[in-house]
Design a protein around this ligand. Sequence first.
Ligand code: MN
Length: 220
Amino acid sequence: MPQRPPDVTPRIVQGDLPDDLLATYLASKEVAIDTETLGLQTLRDRLCLVQLCDRAGNGAIVQITRDRLTPGGSGPCRTPNLKRLLEAADVLKIFHFARFDVAAMSHWLGIRVTPIYCTRTASKLCRTYTDRHGLKDNVLELLDIEMDKQARHTDWSATTLSPEQVRYAISDVTMLHALMDKLQFMLERDGRAELARRCFEAIPVHADLDIAGFNLLFEH
Ligand code: MN
């Protein structure tokens, strides 16, 4: 029987990361990050939440209020603490499908995320025996955990998040450290860790291409 995701009760904050949480996350080697938006079109659908979790299980949900957004670089960044953490060179930021989150935070917050680990990219490089690279499929196979994805299609701009939204939003970051460990082991075993590292470095370029409207630039 698969297990349930770890029980992490996140701190829910508005606007930006508070100073004490910034200090906590800056002291960690790796922080898992996810975002929720109003949809899949980065230029149309605004960023609503940034979820974070460190390896010790300190979880947070930052509700990005409208006054913090600077679409397309319209003004200086209005989430300076998030910017400081997400651009900190000595804190690895772990995502599942980083390309989307990195584009959203670049466009809506003016943040250039680095350095990046993407568990979806890692999964595609080592789990070549399947075409199922979603987070749900990865954690079920590699961590034996069954995720509940029911709250996915909800209004993430709501002033008050429902308990289901909170549980769903934080569960997208509470397992990324453990998943990264499993995938990194597989990448090293298969001699693809260096290729993966170079792919992670290329993710901001792909995010920039998405924002600039270039689809499939590398396709024939
Ligand atoms: Mn998510």
